[in-house]
Design a protein around this ligand. Structure first.
Ligand SMILES: NC(=O)c1ccc[n+]([C@@H]2O[C@H](COP(=O)([O-])OP(=O)(O)OC[C@H]3O[C@@H](n4cnc5c(N)ncnc54)[C@H](O)[C@@H]3O)[C@@H](O)[C@H]2O)c1
Length: 318
């Protein structure tokens, strides 16, 4: 089958969904960017006279996701006007529109049950033959097949973009045993030629390749930091350009990723690797749990290691 990607539907407009949307728009693809309807009107929305039926309220998450992508630094869009290729909407009113998409890419919270419920809905509305993929950081992709149609199963795989998606070269492609080989080959080639990525086919094991190494490295750094009594600043000095790594080093990277996502990914690895000799490394340090409870999630809530908690002494006393 000769495939093309004219339209992509992206489900979830957070850190990754909104930036992946920008990268498709950069490359000439029309994007439908959907997110959940907020639970309640904010005080500001009430003051403006919005009601629960107002599109401005119902599309708030996807709209602000797109705005964040437009404002992001480094820039997610090649040019700000390319944002007009992205149409925003919500999971309740706009889901049927995914029928026009050639590729439906899920980028919702790292939670298997939530992802499965999104795919149940995708299966109802997608057109046969459309590609469906998950941007999971590391949940085995075949866990998401339960209850799905044959056509869905043949066209479903993992496509793991890295953050920020416009700039990071790697795109991991993770087939399940049921993914049609032509779909895998298409994504490997499309990712390379149209999205400018180095595409790598991965086995469907927990956290695939890069995060299995990278998340271990990050969590192990947290442990060593405690053993040596280092500060956040010292760790970032020692784990950045001085050792040939990006200047975001360890803690700045955590802020960019989102501390809630980091905690979910590391906790999943802890559960998925019961006999691993280094399993304890994936236990979440108490200060990280506390920061997530306080919604100090890094860049996405404008408070994280570098906005408030610069020193390890702060981490211990907060
Ligand atoms: N942040 C990263 O650096 C990174 C990198 C690669 C992959 N990922 C993966 O990409 C996916 C999205 O991560 P993110 O960083 O964009 O997260 P995020 O927290 O920024 O966004 C999560 C999205 O999920 C939506 N959501 C929350 N609850 C939901 C529900 N009950 N039903 C449907 N949607 C819901 C939110 O509205 C939001 O759009 C995750 O699977 C994550 O593991 C993240």
């Amino acid at each position: 089958m000769k495939r093309t990607v004219r339209k992509v539907a992206i489900l979830g407009s957070g850190v990754m969904g909104s930036r992946i949307a920008a990268h498709f728009a950069n490359n000439g693809v029309d994007v439908l960017l959907l997110d959940i309807v907020p639970k309640a009107l904010s005080d500001d929305e009430i003051k403006k006279g919005l009601t629960p039926e107002s599109p401005a309220f119902r599309n708030r998450f996807a709209k602000s996701g797109l705005e964040n992508a437009v404002k992001s630094n480094p820039a997610a869009f090649y040019r700000a006007d390319l944002a007009s290729r992205v149409k925003t909407g919500n999971f309740e009113d706009n889901f049927p529109e995914i029928k026009d998409a050639d590729w439906i890419l899920e980028a919702v919270i790292e939670n298997l049950d939530i992802k499965k419920s999104v795919f149940e809905k995708v299966d109802q509305f997608r057109k046969p033959g459309s590609i469906v993929s998950t941007n999971t950081s590391g949940i085995p992709v075949h866990f998401m097949l339960d209850g799905r149609s044959d056509d869905f199963r043949k066209n479903f795989l993992g496509t793991h973009f890295f953050n920020p998606p416009r700039y990071l070269k790697l795109l991991e492609v993770i087939p399940t045993p049921e993914t049609d080989r032509s779909v895998v080959d298409f994504i490997l080639e499309y990712g390379d030629l149209f999205l400018g990525k180095s595409t790598v086919e991965c086995k469907d094991t927990p956290d695939f390749i890069a995060n299995r190494i990278g998340v271990f490295g990050m969590m192990n750094t947290f442990k060593v930091m405690e053993q040596l009594g280092l500060s956040v600043d010292e760790v970032d000095k020692l784990t950045g350009p001085v050792v040939g790594r990006p200047k975001s080093a360890t803690f700045r990277t955590a802020d960019i990723v989102g501390l809630d996502t980091l905690v979910l990914v590391a906790s999943h690895l802890y559960e998925a690797l019961p006999s691993d000799e280094k399993r304890e490394v994936f236990k979440i340090p108490a200060y990280l749990t506390k920061m997530v409870e306080n919604k100090w999630l890094g860049d996405k809530t404008k408070q994280g290691f570098f906005k408030k908690l610069k020193k390890r002494t702060d981490l211990q006393t907060s």
